[in-house]
Design a protein around this ligand. Sequence first.
Ligand SMILES: [Zn+2]
Length: 338
Amino acid sequence: MRGAILYGPYDVRFEERDEPTIIEPTDAIVSIAATCVCGSDLWPYRGINPVAEPTPMGHEYCGIVEAVGSAVRTIKPGQFVIGSFFASDNTCPNCQDGYQSSCQRREFVGGAQAPLLRVPLADGTLVTTPEVPSDDLLPSLLTLSDVMGTGWFAASAANVERGATVAVVGDGAVGLLGVLAARQMGAERIIVMSRHESRQRLAREFGATDIVTERGEEGVARIKDLTDGIGADSVLECVGTQESMMQAIHSTRPGGSVGFVGVPHGVELSGEGLFSTQVRLHGGPAPVRRFLPELIDLVCDGKINPGKVFDLTLPLDQVPEGYRAMDERRAIKSLLWP
Ligand SMILES: [Zn+2]
């Protein structure tokens, strides 16, 4: 089969590689119905995270189960499934607590930008839809594999409650879906920090009530202006830089919460600085598996449409253009059809 392989900075190729096979008896092989490029794929693509060897890319997936190993009990060939970028057994203490991304047996699921994918710990990792979905639902179901689940976790970790005032730092796909999540959780006011008109429009469609274009301390000052000088109850940090993290912490009211899901790159926090803010910090790799059943229902019932975040759709063999468009910020997120 042919799939996406990253060779080095700005060098992703669509080329022949081995088809995945069942290695462990708990594995499944999934025939990919739709996949996409993640914002986090851009870190190695830009050379910020170096790649040691040619690496199969992609970790967002949904599709039909092709085959299962001999120890797989609940997942069956022919079912439509969605899973997270971390495989999890869904039975260990961390999984039971809802932190499947810290599963004691977790494994990264990679190589999804291809027609076939090996998913370890299939019974714990994969969640089925009630029936094989129609094509128009695929983009939204695909987002549940990572980007929507991560936006949802940002809102959950930031303790968004009904009637809350929420600020979102970052207008990438995760930030925009964090807006959708906050709206769904009943936030009354949702302030998005964004400078891009097309992203502002989508943010409003997803439920944003206010837009702040300033950044850094100026952005913080604007959020304070909008919240009677206090700050937001819940702030979603969806970027992962020093500036975005400080912007998030300083935009939060004392007693409020920051949910941070942007993978930190060079972020350093001072103990003294944190001490005086009196904010709660919670984040990390999203336990997407925890949210999958609920989010699948919301999509299948037509209550949320997170697939709108894809503004570029390409056949899988044009995957290099999917990366380029996101790197150059011509696209928010690229959907790929195998
Ligand atoms: Zn586990």
